[in-house]
Design a protein around this ligand. Structure first.
Ligand code: AMP
Length: 351
């Protein structure tokens, strides 16, 4: 981090990987007056060429090349900053991400805390958030649990277990499908009853304030489709429902919940500052379940922009309360870069 100041002296281009929320990020960057650059896999060039707000592309065979010499030189020449998103996390290891020499927006060190389940739990507990009980081993399962894979798998392969046998049955199936090597690749967590909700925040080190810019829920196959099959047929259908994310649905919370939403976000930022410097600059998301008492239990966080923000390219019911212009998360990121440049404090938003 020592050379962050030098790295980020002038930023004129906003760059990201061609996937996840790239369109929103680059559209927002363009609206804020930056040049835009997409690191794009060959197979997706045709898609992204449709959008006039993308100025340049670096074409790669695979995204991990973003850390390689060719991309590094091209990004440097353009004075670019990389906006990390879910695809960067899922395609590159934490070690690889930390070695990226191009300036990365936000705190690239916190991405390791997102990818590692134990570190993730530690940060959520440090923030004082209510979390589901982690279950240490299959013999400790009591009550309904959700079994997860490590990393940003987008809900793929998750299954429910209520005892040792149901856990082993699910693990065996995932091994057969080649999704895991063995039970050691699984993480067991208490299942929280209620409705899943995703809270999209932005913390600005420049204005020292936290903004709630949107709320969404996910549309997951096939758990969200199961209600369309009557109970009798469900019982005969067999198979295990998955939680694979297909898209996102907008949501507005009861206004009485908002105060706690802000408090949780602020506690998270303070905890991040204590555990992983420089903290949580930029976009992040607390992901959890509201139960019937209106209590929020956080089961995950994302320490970067989430794909649910794609809903709000033209702003959200929450960004509309803070800005008199359409403010997507992508545009908010670009606005932060612009403000930090003007105030000569780019080092507070770049690692
Ligand atoms: P994730 O990929 O961890 O965001 O989770 C994918 C989906 O799994 C969520 O949208 C929820 O539907 C569900 N889920 C994850 N963790 C829990 C939990 N502890 N309790 C209830 N549902 C959960």
């Amino acid at each position: 981090m020592a050379n962050t100041n030098n790295k980020a002296k002038k930023i004129t281009t906003i760059a990201t990987l061609g996937s996840h929320c790239a369109l929103q990020v680059l559209k927002g960057a363009k609206d804020e007056g930056f040049r835009t650059l997409l690191v794009c896999e060959k197979k997706r060039v045709g898609l992204y060429e449709r959008f006039g707000f993308i100025d340049d592309m670096i074409i790669v065979d695979k995204f991990s090349e973003v850390a390689g010499d060719r991309c590094k030189a091209a990004l440097k020449k353009k004075d670019a900053i990389i906006i990390p998103h879910g695809t960067l996390i899922s395609q590159m290891s934490s070690d690889e991400i930390e070695k990226i020499e191009t300036p990365v927006f936000g705190n690239k060190w916190i991405l390791r805390w997102e990818a590692d389940r134990e570190m993730k739990q530690k940060l959520m507990e440090e923030a004082g958030l209510r979390t589901p009980r982690p279950v240490q081993s299959k013999d400790k399962i009591s009550g309904l649990c959700i079994v997860k894979l490590h990393g940003a798998a987008g809900g793929r392969g998750y299954y429910l277990a209520w005892n040792r046998e149901s856990f082993e049955e699910g693990a065996k199936r995932l091994v057969q499908q080649g999704m895991i090597r063995g039970e050691q690749d699984l993480y067991i967590q208490e299942f929280i009853r209620g409705v899943p909700v995703y809270l999209q925040y932005f913390y600005s080190p420049v204005t020292k304030s936290l903004e709630l810019l949107g709320v969404d829920r996910r549309y997951e196959s096939d758990i969200d489709g199961i209600g369309r099959i009557p109970a009798k047929q469900q019982l005969g259908a067999g198979g295990e429902p998955s939680y694979t994310v297909v898209g996102n649905i907008p949501l507005v919370l009861r206004e009485s919940l908002l105060d706690e939403v802000y408090k949780m976000g602020e506690s998270f930022c303070r905890a991040a500052e204590r555990l992983v410097k420089p903290g949580m600059p930029g976009p992040f998301c607390l992901e959890g379940v509201y139960d019937s008492e209106g209590r929020f239990t956080t089961f995950e966080f994302s320490a970067r922009i989430v794909a649910g923000t794609n809903l709000y390219v033209d702003g959200s019911p929450y960004s509309g309360l803070l800005y008199d212009e359409p403010m997507s998360m992508g545009r908010r990121i670009a606005r932060e870069v612009k403000m930090a440049k003007r105030k000569n404090c780019l080092s507070s938003i770049v690692t």
